[in-house]
Design a protein around this ligand. Structure first.
Ligand code: GAP
Length: 434
C-alpha cells in the first residue's frame, strides 16, 4: 500500500493551486473540480503526452474533436438510454439514495428507515435544446467521448482514405451523474477522457487487443509510474459492459486501494452496427484487397485524464527528512512538471542580481513555463518548488555578477552545479528534451 494519503494530495493540490472545488465560494458542487494554475499545466502535459504517443508517434491514427451535444438517437443506438444505469434504492425517511450493491439488508444504512424497491437510475445528464419552451428537445451531455468517433467513422474514412487497421483519437469532456462519488477527483461528475477507437479486421481483434494492453501499460510506466503500482485486471463475464467481448482495467494503487485508471475493451462491431441500424446508413468498410464489405471490430483504450493526473501526483509524492527537516517533493517526470525552471535571486535587495535573474528568465522561457520568484528566503523558495515538482531551480548570487555563472539545483538529488548563464538555454533544452 502506498504511504501517501489522499488527504496529503488533496491538501497539496489546494494549497499550491493544482485543484480547487468548483464554485467553492458558494459551498462547492458535489464532485466537480477546477484545475488551478499548476493543475492546468499538469493536465495539459498529460493530454499532450497521450496525444503524442497516440497520434504524432504513429502513422495509423487520426485525431477528432467531436461536440459534447449529440443527436439523442446516438444514445439510443449506443445503448446508453437503455442500460447506462445503476440500480438504486431511496430511503423513505431520510430521502438518501444508495446503490443497491453498496449495502445488504432491507433498511437504510444511515437512519434505519424503510427503503423503496430498487429502480434503474440513468447516469446521463439531460438538458434542453432549443429556445422555444415546450418545443425544446431533450438532449444529453455525453457520458463518453467514444460515440463522437463512431458517428464520424464514415467522415473520417472518406476524408483520410484509411485502410484497416486505423484508429481515431479524441480527448474531451464527459459527464456522468454518479451516485457514489468521493475520493477527490477519482469519480467526478464532469471529467475528461482520452479515448482511442482502433478499427481492425474482425479476425484480427485478439491480436490488436493484446497489443493495446501492452502499449498502454508502457505509456504509464514511461511517464514515471512505478511498475509495482500498476496492474492489469481482466473483467469477469458478469462485469462486462453490454458492448464488450473482453475488457481489462489498468489499475493503479491509489491511496484507497487498487482502482481503475483506464479500461481497454474489445467492443466488437457493436457500435458501428448499432449506428448503422438506427441511422439507416451503411457503415461497413469496403476491403479492396478482399473485395468485400464488413463492419470493423473496435479495440478501445479509454483512459480518464483526471484519474491519470491523480495517479501521477500520488506516484510522484515523496516525503523525506533532510538535515532533520521534512522535505516533500513531487518527483514528476520532467515532461509533466507544471513549471520546468524557477529562477530565484539570492538577494532581492540587490538590483543587479534581480536584473540578472529577470534577464535569465526571459532568455530561457518560450517553450515551457519558467517562473521568477523572490517572495521568500532561498530555503523556502526551494521547498516551494520541490513541493510542486519543479525539476530545476536557478539561483543568481553575488558571484554571478562577476563570473556570469549561476547555480542550477536538481529537484530529486538536490545537487547543485555552476553553469554559465549564457549557456543555460541550451543546458535546459538538453535536460528537458524540448
Ligand atoms: N468509452 C468507454 C468508457 O467510457 P469507462 O470505463 O466507463 O469506459 C473510461 O470509462 C475511463 O474514464 C475510466 O477508466 C476512467 O479513467 C474514466 N472515468 C470514467 N468515469 C469517471 C468518473 N466519474 N470520474 C473520473 N473519471 C472517470
Amino acid at each position: 500500500m502506498s504511504t501517501v494519503t489522499l488527504k496529503d494530495i488533496t491538501n497539496l493540490c489546494k494549497r499550491r493551486g493544482f485543484i480547487f472545488q468548483s464554485s467553492e465560494i458558494y459551498g462547492g458542487i458535489g464532485s466537480v473540480w477546477d484545475y488551478g494554475p499548476l493543475g492546468i499545466e499538469l493536465k495539459k502535459s498529460v493530454k499532450d503526452m497521450w496525444w503524442k504517443s497516440m497520434v504524432y508517434d504513429r502513422d495509423d491514427v487520426e485525431g477528432l474533436d467531436a461536440a459534447i451535444l449529440m443527436n439523442p438517437e446516438t444514445w439510443r443506438a449506443s445503448g446508453h438510454i437503455g442500460s447506462f444505469a445503476d440500480m438504486m434504492v431511496d430511503c423513505l425517511k431520510c430521502k438518501k439514495r444508495f446503490r443497491i450493491d453498496s449495502f445488504k439488508g432491507k433498511k437504510c444504512p444511515e437512519c434505519g428507515g424503510d427503503i423503496t424497491d430498487p429502480k434503474g437510475f440513468n447516469l446521463m445528464f439531460k438538458t434542453r435544446f432549443g429556445a422555444v419552451e415546450g418545443e425544446a428537445q431533450e438532449v444529453y451531455l455525453r457520458p463518453e467521448t467514444a460515440q463522437g468517433i463512431f458517428v464520424n467513422f464514415e467522415n473520417i474514412l472518406n476524408t483520410s482514405r484509411r485502410k484497416l487497421p486505423f484508429g481515431v483519437a479524441q480527448i474531451g469532456k464527459a459527464f456522468r451523474n454518479e451516485i457514489t462519488t468521493g475520493n477527490f477527483t477519482f469519480r467526478s461528475r464532469e471529467f475528461e477522457q482520452m479515448e482511442l477507437e482502433f478499427f481492425v479486421k474482425p479476425d484480427e481483434d485478439e491480436k490488436w487487443y493484446e497489443y493495446w494492453l501492452g502499449e498502454r501499460m508502457k505509456w504509464y510506466a514511461s511517464l514515471g509510474i512505478r511498475k509495482e503500482n500498476l496492474r492489469l485486471r481482466e473483467h469477469a463475464e458478469e462485469e462486462l459492459a453490454h458492448y464488450a467481448k473482453k475488457c481489462h482495467d489498468i489499475e493503479f494503487l491509489f491511496p484507497m486501494g487498487w482502482s481503475e485508471l483506464e479500461g481497454i475493451a474489445n467492443r466488437k462491431d457493436y457500435d458501428l452496427s448499432q449506428h448503422a441500424k438506427i441511422s439507416g446508413k451503411d457503415l461497413r468498410f469496403f476491403d479492396v484487397a478482399e473485395n468485400k464489405r464488413y463492419t470493423p471490430y473496435v479495440i478501445e483504450p479509454s483512459g480518464g485524464v483526471d484519474r491519470a493526473v491523480l495517479a501521477f501526483l500520488v506516484d510522484a509524492y515523496r516525503a523525506e527528512t533532510v538535515k532533520e527537516r521534512k522535505r516533500v517533493y513531487l518527483s514528476l517526470d520532467k515532461r509533466l512538471a507544471p513549471i520546468k525552471v524557477a529562477v530565484l535571486p539570492l538577494l532581492k535587495n540587490r538590483p543587479e542580481i534581480v536584473e540578472m535573474a529577470h534577464r535569465i528568465r526571459d532568455d530561457i522561457r518560450g517553450n515551457y513555463r519558467v517562473v521568477y520568484d523572490d517572495t521568500a528566503a532561498i530555503g523556502r523558495l526551494y521547498r516551494r518548488q520541490d513541493e510542486i515538482g519543479t525539476p530545476y531551480c536557478v539561483t543568481v548570487d553575488v558571484d554571478s555578477l562577476n563570473d556570469e555563472k549561476v547555480t542550477v539545483r536538481d529537484r530529486d538529488t538536490m545537487e547543485q552545479t555552476r553553469v554559465a548563464a549564457a549557456g543555460l538555454k541550451k543546458f535546459f533544452e538538453e535536460k528537458l528534451g524540448e
